[in-house]
Ligand binder design. Structure first.
Ligand code: SF4
Length: 400
């Protein structure tokens, strides 16, 4: 049973997912889908930002990625799974938000600054690179999502999204001529009550007097010569509020375990050091057996220190407390050899991947299953997205 909170998250289809994606992101999605209304998106437009010249495999990459999600336990009966570009409202909202977003907000996003420092050529410094955090904002605000599961490096993007939502609500959340209309409405309270309302308003807005706020609310609730809409207007005026059209989301920073790659660095496609999801046993075994260990263990009887060994980091993810104790004791006393120590890791990864391979089989055999899930997801996502766009266009007065 879902609560009323909405979650959106996505991944770029830029090649095979690896066990780092599973432990860092997908496992978290699987848990979230049972608690919240979840939208999981194949972010193909975001993939274009870095790979716009290399789109040949995009479609296959999307299907493979979604097969991985499903194989790992993401469930289309719990979560809405779709392709970003299949819901055109993403680009529509992106364009509309770009009109109100100051350039300086995008230029100060840390990932853009980093990109500029590392950009190899002018061709990689595109408008898309500057604007992609705003596209992310559109992805989030389109669904009025409340919770955004992110790693530390993405927190700045959620903060930008909150600022954009606030700015949008501030500009368009008030009816045209709101202040003049409010002042006219105050007069309708009658001279005594309007004087009292204005006095309470000043006490609350200038001095933060909460008692004045409560009294003013009572005064409005009891005002028989105001319509409901007029009361709403004066409630909003009192608290200096605008109508919320786009919801400010919260970042949910996950305690993401950093998965070590087979060379001891962080696991990443760009370092070519991954174990991909659904990798076969021979390949897993070969890779783990060749992994570097504590350099102090040159010979079998040299004692080692797990803290200095990347294999130990895999044990942290994959091994039981008993196995970890066995590693600790065996390593520092040279009671076990490194190949012996690696065996339980190979077994655990293999057991995990065997389950994924089995789960993926039905989708690999019939790609239409995936296409139908994605079409169904896009339809459901579009229902929510089109409502948001309709309201955004209405308040921007472009709904002719
Ligand atoms: S025994 Fe295990 S933890 Fe110790 S150095 Fe070898 S592989 Fe690493």
């Amino acid at each position: 049973m879902h609560n009323h909170l909405r979650v959106i998250s996505g991944m770029r289809p830029t090649g095979r997912l690896h066990i780092g994606h599973y432990h860092g992101v997908i496992k978290n999605w699987v848990n979230l889908q049972y608690e919240h209304e979840c939208y999981f998106m194949a972010a193909d437009l975001h993939a274009l930002i870095s790979d716009y010249e290399n789109t040949k495999n995009m479609e296959d990459d999307i299907y493979e990625m979604v097969i991985d999600w499903l194989a790992c336990g993401v469930d289309p009966s719990q979560a809405i799974i779709f392709i970003q570009s299949h819901v055109p409202e993403h680009t529509q909202l992106y364009a509309l938000l770009s009109m109100i977003t100051p350039l300086s907000w995008l230029e100060r996003v840390p990932s853009y600054k980093e990109h500029l420092e590392n950009a190899v050529s002018k061709e990689t410094d595109t408008y898309g690179c500057l604007g992609y955090p705003l596209l992310q904002s559109a992805d989030i605000l389109l669904y009025n999502a409340n919770i955004i599961p992110v790693g530390e490096d993405q927190v700045a993007h959620v903060e930008l999204t909150r600022e954009v939502a606030r700015r949008f609500n501030h500009i368009y959340g008030r009816e045209l001529g709101f202040e003049d209309k409010a002042r006219e409405t105050i007069k309708k309270l009658g001279s005594k009550k309007s004087e009292l309302y204005q006095d309470l308003l000043i006490r609350y807005q200038q001095n933060g007097d909460d008692e004045a706020l409560i009294k003013a609310r009572f005064l409005l609730t009891d005002a028989i010569n105001l319509s409901l809409g007029e009361k709403e207007r004066l409630f909003a005026f009192l608290e200096n509020k605008s109508k919320v059209i786009l919801t400010e989301p919260q970042a949910l920073v996950s305690d993401t375990p950093k998965i070590v790659g087979i060379d001891g660095q962080k696991m990443s496609k760009s370092f070519n050091n991954t174990i991909v999801l659904r990798e076969d046993i021979d390949s897993i075994s070969k890779k783990i057996r060749a992994m570097p260990t504590d350099p102090a263990r040159i010979r079998r009887d040299d004692p080692g220190d797990p803290a200095k060994c990347p294999v130990w980091q895999l044990h942290q993810i994959y091994s039981s407390p008993d196995t970890k104790q066995w590693v600790q004791n065996g390593c520092v006393s040279a009671g076990i050899g490194c190949l012996e120590c690696k065996a339980p890791v190979i077994e655990s990864i293999y057991a995990e991947q065997t389950g994924f391979i089995e789960n993926a089989k039905q989708y690999k055999d019939d790609l239409n299953l995936i296409k139908n899930i994605l079409a169904d997801g896009a339809e459901k996502a579009a229902e929510v997205a089109s409502e948001t766009i309709a309201e955004v266009k209405q308040v921007m007065n472009i709904d002719y």
